[in-house]
Design a protein around this ligand. Structure first.
Ligand code: ZN
Length: 870
């Protein structure tokens, strides 16, 4: 992962899914002994190795290493000299079929800026081993299909490391010499090395317990730094609810006597599902009203659930190889989405999930890094922890639930868990279990695992006599390495509405599995209004003959809440796409705006809507999704048209926005749906008022900021102030910084708000913030807070002249040697050059080429840059 290649002309090897071979050796047991220290931790590993009867015959045992040096090697207790290094791997010659191997390594956690393997974070020692971090701790067959029982002993300074944690159950502990102590842990469940974890440091715990469906009491603990424990109650509630939900819905019971979570502030990803010892980024654990927004609360609940659910979908049944990553991630994302839907509002959760998919995954599917949810090849697996593998992976399994219904689907998942418990499985195993358990043929459906790209479905509707005919045609654009696509299975929940009654004739599931297919419907005196892909039953793009009037009708009347949202989005998308393409007359613009204004006005007035749902209906389609609708566009033009519409809506509906802001400001803080809905609407009101009446919006935002009792209100007020060039802006930013000084997660918000701002000077602000004493390249959250917020801020990033591109390229080059995993995540923002105007495209390419020409690059960045230039 931090493998710095100094030979730019020797591209890193490509790993192919088709080349999978079973492991030659198995490691039924491993004992690890850590002599802990922040800068020199000694690791003694003892492996029981057994020749795998199913593996190729060889006398060599290959153990992966990354930046490791073997200090002493023993075989069956004796010093052994028949070994050599092959690159960074250790290769040991073995005479027999079964041996005990001893290996000693010495590692420096403080020097580990990659945050992969064993590293130091503020005096704490912790690990991140997925995907290939274990090989940075000790030599091992670091692949997910080698499952071992782990025994771990740790010893270290008692004052520096009062808490010593690993997977499984604590078995023994005691004091050692010179103010040291030690602890032993044993995990009875065989697991791959990527699920190993160790944490040592000065931590306090919030403790609770959960009694499983079979009456076993599980001790729960969430470990954080002293002072943070008050902010862990929401995470604990979420954990307990997740444990119960997985029993109730999927019939999955927890399987150890303890479940520990540790929150650390330096973490590359969101969290990690290590067996019995989840390690989290603090941002997905810590929450209280003053420092966390409603969105943060939801994210904590969702990620705690996600990691807990991995105990079955990931740990009890793991992945055979990393090409199968979506087996655990797609399925687990689906499970966390279903859980969060059950905990809150299902339609609102569905809309949020689709918004994320469209903003993050659709662009991936149409760009240079497009890949199937089960990729065929990679250079660096860390680059495949993507919205495609995670979020589209979840959509693909969700389609199975649409085809079978939840009840039959759960028969399939039960069979999957039973059949493969304790195994390293494949996506194919999952599909087969759903076929067998749910009783469905998924032969053609498997193409969702094979083909990259978002299918496009075009609908034609004819009405003759009382018959309605729908002709559905699917196409899929080529993606890298896949010039020709085969037809997919696309389940579309569909309804046809009578204009006169406002009712439909019953929803039907249309399954499109041919290039083109016709469906007929009887009993329609008049041509109906089409409502298709209800609930977003398939992750596709639809082009359908629905007039603007019909969209207004559906936005007001569809009984499927997602379809209502979708109608509203379509109405706006169509208008903005025409406006951006420059194919719109003034009269058309006025008519388009009037239709949108009427529909929004109706939504603002609709007393039957709950406020959380109302908030969704009022949010304008995102810039990334708009860009997807255009072959090639000037991003600043997308921005300007979207802002122009927002301003017009702010002016035209001003009284309604003001009344809404007044009504919602009177709702006291609580975490219930009504109060959260009110806060969401306050934000929407201010966001629309800001461009229309900056003085009024600034005054209201300042008042909201000053009187805020919670972070949702405070952050949205500050966001609005930040976008305006008004006097209140500086004062509010300074107050925010002072008020939350020392709270890393809140200071991250302070960086993000400015970097992601609509303010025309955002680029200048970002350049200054990069020099701020609070900015550091060592902390991934901070890097993302500033630079990811900037990279997705289209009006700033794409500013004329290419300064935004240069800033991101500079960042990638400076960050790469420090943290390659995080650096590589920024490449895709430059990789979208084919979707922007030619002037910008050339500037973006030039920056990619500048990165590619760097003398040393990580495998992570090199893979993404090379692919982005193709
Ligand atoms: Zn996951």
């Amino acid at each position: 992962m931090n493998d710095l290649s100094s030979a730019p002309f020797a591209p890193p090897p490509v790993i192919h899914r088709a080349d999978y071979r079973p492991p030659e050796w198995l490691i039924p047991q491993i004992a690890l002994n850590f002599a802990l220290s922040l800068d020199a931790t000694k690791v003694q590993s003892t492996l029981k190795v057994r020749r795998n009867p199913a593996g190729d015959a060889t006398t060599q045992l290959r153990l992966n290493g990354d930046a490791l040096e073997a200090k002493a090697i023993t075989v069956d207790g004796h010093p052994h000299n028949d070994w050599h290094m092959d690159g960074s791997d250790l290769v040991i010659d073995l005479p027999g079929d079964a041996h005990d191997i001893g290996i000693e390594t010495l590692i420096d956690p403080t020097a580990n800026t990659q945050l992969s393997g064993l590293y130091a974070s503020n005096g704490l020692l912790c690990t991140q081993c997925e995907a290939e971090g274990f090989r940075r701790i000790t030599f091992f067959p670091d692949r997910p299909d080698v499952l071992s029982v782990y025994s771990v002993r740790m010893s270290g300074d008692k004052a520096a490391f009062p808490v010593l944690l690993s997977n499984g159950n604590p078995t023994d502990s005691g004091d050692g010499p010179d103010d040291t102590h030690w602890a032993e842990w044993h995990d009875p469940w065989p697991k791959p090395s990527y699920l190993f974890a160790l944490v040592a440091g000065d931590l306090v715990a919030n403790r609770d317990s959960f009694t499983t469906m079979n009456g076993r009491k599980v001790s729960l603990a969430i470990y954080v730094r002293a002072g943070d424990e008050e902010r862990t109650d929401h995470a604990m509630r979420s954990l307990i609810a997740s444990m119960k939900w997985d029993e109730d819905v999927y019939g999955r019971e927890y399987d150890l006597d303890i479940f520990n979570i540790v929150a650390v502030s330096d973490f590359n990803a969101g969290a990690m599902e290590n067996k019995g010892l989840n390690v989290f980024n603090t941002r997905y654990i810590l929450a209280d009203p003053e420092t966390a927004t409603d969105g943060d609360y939801d994210a904590v609940e969702g990620v705690v659930a996600h990691e807990y659910f991995h105990n079955w979908s990931g740990n009890r049944v793991t992945c055979r190889d990393w090409f199968q990553l979506s087996l655990k991630e797609g399925f687990t994302v689906l499970r966390d989405q279903q859980f969060s839907a059950d905990r809150g509002s299902p339609p609102v959760k569905r809309i949020e999930d689709v918004r994320v998919l469209r903003a993050a995954q659709f662009p991936e599917d149409s760009g240079p890094l497009a890949h199937p949810i089960r990729p065929d090849s990679y250079q660096e697996i860390s680059n495949f922890y993507t919205a495609t593998v995670y979020n589209k992976g979840a959509e693909v399994i969700r389609m199975m639930t649409v085809l079978t219904g939840m009840e039959r689907f759960l028969k399939g998942t039960s069979l999957y868990f039973d059949r493969h418990d304790g195994e390293a499985a494949t996506c194919e195993d999952f599909v087969k279990a759903i076929e067998d358990g749910a009783g469905i043929d998924l032969a053609q459906f498997r193409r969702w695992y094979e083909q990259a790209g978002t299918p496009k479905v075009t609908v034609e509707m004819a009405h003759t006599g009382s018959t309605v005919t729908l002709t559905l045609t699917q196409t899929m654009a080529p993606t890298p390495g896949q010039p020709v696509k085969q037809p997919m299975v696309i389940p579309l929940r569909t309804a046809l509405f009578d204009r006169a009654t406002g009712q439909h004739h019953g929803e039907e599931l249309l399954v499109l599995d041919q290039p083109s297919q016709t469906f007929t419907f009887e009993g329609f005196a008049d041509a109906p209004v089409l409502s298709i892909n209800r609930g977003f039953s398939a992750p596709v793009e639809i082009t359908a003959p629905i007039t603007a009037d019909d969209l207004v009708f559906l936005a007001a009347h569809d009984d499927d809440p997602f379809a209502r949202y979708e109608a509203m989005q379509q109405l706006i998308v169509r208008h903005l796409v025409a406006a951006i393409s420059g194919t719109m007359s003034d009269a058309e613009r006025a008519a388009g705006r009037a239709a949108i204004g009427d529909a929004m006005g109706a939504i603002l007035d609709d007393t039957a809507l709950d406020d959380l749902m109302r908030g969704e209906l009022l949010i304008l389609p995102g810039e990334a999704y708009l860009a997807e609708q255009l072959t090639r566009a000037d991003p600043t033009r997308i921005f300007a048209e979207r802002e122009g519409l927002k301003r017009w809506l702010g002016e035209t509906l001003k009284d309604k926005w003001l009344a809404l802001h007044d009504r919602c400001s009177a709702v006291p803080y609580s975490l219930d749906a009504a109060a959260r809905g009110a806060r969401k609407l306050k934000t929407q009101a201010l966001v629309h008022l800001a461009p229309a009446d900056p003085a009024e919006a600034a005054a209201r935002a300042k008042a909201q900021y000053d009187s805020a009792t919670n972070m949702t209100d405070r952050q949205s007020a500050l966001m609005v102030l930040c976008s305006l060039s008004v006097a209140e802006r500086e004062a509010a930013l300074a107050d925010f910084h002072d008020r939350f000084a020392g709270n890393m997660l809140v200071i991250d918000k302070w960086f993000s708000l400015q970097a992601g701002s609509l303010n025309p000077n955002a680029t200048e602000h970002v350049k200054a913030l990069a020099q701020h004493p609070d900015f550091t390249m060592a902390n991934p959250n901070r890097v993302r807070a500033l630079w990811m917020a900037y990279a997705v801020n289209a009006q700033a990033f794409h500013r004329e002249g290419g300064e935004g591109y240069r800033l991101i390229a500079d960042l990638i080059l400076r960050l790469d040697p420090i943290n390659a995993n995080v650096a590589a995540r920024f490449v895709s923002s430059l990789g979208r050059w084919k979707k922007v105007d030619e002037t910008r495209a050339a500037l973006m390419r030039a920056e990619l080429e500048r990165i590619a020409a760097a003398p040393t690059l990580s495998r992570d960045v090199r893979e993404q840059v090379t692919k982005s230039l193709e």
